[in-house]
Design a protein around this ligand. Structure first.
Ligand SMILES: NC(=O)c1ccc[n+]([C@@H]2O[C@H](COP(=O)([O-])OP(=O)(O)OC[C@H]3O[C@@H](n4cnc5c(N)ncnc54)[C@H](O)[C@@H]3O)[C@@H](O)[C@H]2O)c1
Length: 303
């Protein structure tokens, strides 16, 4: 789905902006809404030329509500893309930190949105499902009993957001993303990072921006499944051979991340996102592989 030109003036804060998704999203948002209107923040320091479009950056720890409140007021924020998270594989190594960042972070953002009246876009994930969830064509509303701390905090994010929407009128929106492949940032401790280690590119183009613009009366729910493609390492290798490198070979060495991935659905039903706000993915596997090589080859050659 392509990014739409801005229809409204926005003042946006992106938390956790130096991660895989933030690195791409900030540049896309800056293109759509103007660089000065998109404030990137993180607890890390950005490297030089971190974003392809420059703009303001602020230190911002989401576990500290006072720091967040200062950023919201200082920059007159009306939309928060809340990305600061400890992902699944890293979360299993330090569950206490994951609990604090993921649960306290969304709690702080939602609490501030009550008084400061900004829109909250917070991604969820297929890791919010669990081993008892139906594996094929998993619907939006179903059994969610995740077995990772990351998954547990994402169920909390979804439910707390929906609660604040119903109880306090907060404009909370969420997408359950599958694994994301990004060429702009290195893997951040997720379970599907294997695909990134093979390439580094993005398959989701501007979907958040689009969801944030959809009129509220078109949303029949607040948390949506979305999916673009589903592939195994073998299918990915086959596509690499077909598109670019006929002699490419691959070997498998599954580690603890495989056990985590085994608890997730195999395919996702995103028909309600397609119906409500016309979600359509731009990419299928071969197109993604082609695009990855086009973007990654110059980087590899440069290094
Ligand atoms: N990457 C994926 O495949 C994937 C899949 C589904 C959902 N998501 C969701 O997308 C969002 C972003 O994920 P990502 O892949 O960019 O993660 P990432 O790990 O690459 O980036 C997370 C960022 O959060 C920052 N951060 C950590 N603790 C923080 C704190 N206390 N305050 C502020 N920032 C902090 C980190 O420094 C990092 O830059 C998350 O909500 C994640 O659950 C990602």
């Amino acid at each position: 789905m392509s990014i739409k030109p801005a229809q409204t003036q926005k003042r946006i804060l992106v938390t956790g902006s130096l991660g895989q998704i933030g690195t791409e999203l900030v540049s896309r948002l800056r293109k759509a809404y103007g660089p000065e209107n998109v404030i990137a923040s993180d607890i890390k320091k950005p490297s030089k030329n971190h974003f392809s479009i420059d703009g303001p950056f602020e230190y911002g720890d989401v576990t500290n509500i006072d720091t967040l409140a200062q950023l919201i007021v200082k920059h007159n924020i009306d939309t928060v893309f809340h990305l600061a998270t400890v992902l699944s594989a890293l979360g299993e190594k330090m569950p206490d930190v994951a609990l604090k960042v993921n649960a306290t972070g969304i709690q702080n953002v939602l609490e501030l949105s009550k008084s400061h009246k900004f829109q909250v876009i917070a991604p969820s994930t297929i890791a919010a499902f669990g081993p008892q969830t139906p594996k094929e064509q998993t619907p939006d509303i179903t059994v969610q009993r995740p077995t990772t701390i990351y998954g547990v905090t994402k169920v909390y994010t979804e439910l707390l957001g929906e609660y604040y929407q119903k109880r306090f009128g907060v404009d909370f929106r969420s997408l359950r993303l599958p694994g994301i492949i990004s060429s702009e940032a290195l893997p951040g401790g997720g379970t599907t990072d294997y695909a990134i280690e093979i390439f580094y590119e993005a398959l989701t183009k501007g979907q958040y921006t689009y969801l944030s613009e959809v009129p509220e009366n078109r949303l029949s729910q607040r948390t949506y499944n979305i999916t673009a493609m589903s592939f195994t390492p073998k299918e990915l290798a086959d596509s690499i051979r077909k598109v670019k490198m006929p002699r490419f070979s691959i070997s498998y060495n599954p580690d603890f991340r495989q056990k985590i991935a085994d608890t997730w659905p195999k395919s996702i039903d995103d028909s309600i996102a397609r119906r409500d706000w016309k979600w359509r993915p731009d990419y299928a596997l071969d197109e993604m592989v082609k695009d990855m090589f086009e973007k990654l080859e110059p980087k590899v050659k440069k290094n």
